[in-house]
Design a binder for this molecule. Sequence first.
Ligand SMILES: [Zn+2]
Length: 438
Amino acid sequence: MIEVIPIGGFSEIGRNCVIVKYKDEAVMLDLGLHMENYIRLTEDEDVPFKIPLSTLVREKAVPDLLSVKEDFKAVKAICVSHAHLDHVGAIPFYTSKIKVPVHGTDFTIEVLKALLKDKKQSLKSDLISHKENSKFKISKNLSVEFISVTHSTPQTVIIVVHTPEGCVVYANDFKLDNAPIMGSKPNYKAMQELKNVKGLILDSLYALDPRKTPSESIAREMMRDVLLGVSSNNQNIVVTTFSSHIVRLKTIVELAESLKRKPVFVGRSLSKYLDAAKNAGIINFEKRADFVRFGSKLEDYFKKVKNTEDKLFIVTGHQGEPKAVLSRLTKNNLFPFNYEDLVLFCCKIIPNEDNFRNRSVLESKLKSKKVRIFTDLHVSGHACREDHREFIKIINPEKVIPTHGEVPMLIAQKELCLELGYKEKDVHILKNFSRVYL
Ligand SMILES: [Zn+2]
């Protein structure tokens, strides 16, 4: 019998973590941060100082592994699905407890190395990188398969845990992008070939959205439409987006080059993810762009640079984070904003109170400088309801376990499953620690 033990991310958004156990062998899938709770403690996702693990657990910023000691002992390996902090960001805080190898794709492992370095931590066990679409053994009875899929950060995989009694599929996070700008389409063939799928643990963030998530190529057209279609001669251009969204950064660099502007990346987080992309052999912008890696060097850089109008600045701070670069540029006249300069937000506001407040403060400061603001140049990296429908049919699991969502999203996922012919008892709406047997 296979056990699925939810640790984090069930009936909540963030700190994704689940254990799949067969007899006395188990694999842990993801070990992420709850970003909202974490940033509340630190005020910034990139703070280097160390917070005690007990505080992080108490404040629900990391999955509570201390409450599942027996199951944790059975864990033979940790497999991470992709590089987002809500999937890997708790690992640096658990280094003293992790004694098993951590497996991920090349980019994910490079990001993880950078996160560990930031926190001045190291793992006692191995960090093992794999190509997408590879399969490897982790213990006597368990093997793991990484199936490539599209998302908003490179080399994201669906993780399949194979046991002698069938397999469990972990699809958290993903979208079905059939026209990706970088990397390949989701590996539908490998998904279709899966046999005896006992359970599907399924991303439900947009289960309430009755549509198909548009391709990233649509986001590229939205950005192209603004950058190449709006007059920007002799104006400054500042663009902000997610630091881990490497393909979007590539689009922005290409559009800057079309405008004959030099791209300038400003901010520590952008440099960190771009270094990981370079080390993983995905893309290297070093010959094509300038980098201002540290906020403390900002003032020096802008003093040195004569013509900001022949550059295109790519900066951190799309959610209006007070310590990030874009907010800092609006303070003390650090950046020479002029009338009708362009500021592009290639993101959407991640809905929580802090973000809405921070963005409102930032946008009113920008408005006071009379710049032109373009918001929501973005498409999501998460599947919506009509993608879920396709995906469930392809995987054809016996049972579905919705995750990565609050209760209404999980219930929406369940309603879709019922519509597809599943019985009530085969769709499990779980809370953390409420295990299920497959
Ligand atoms: Zn993600």
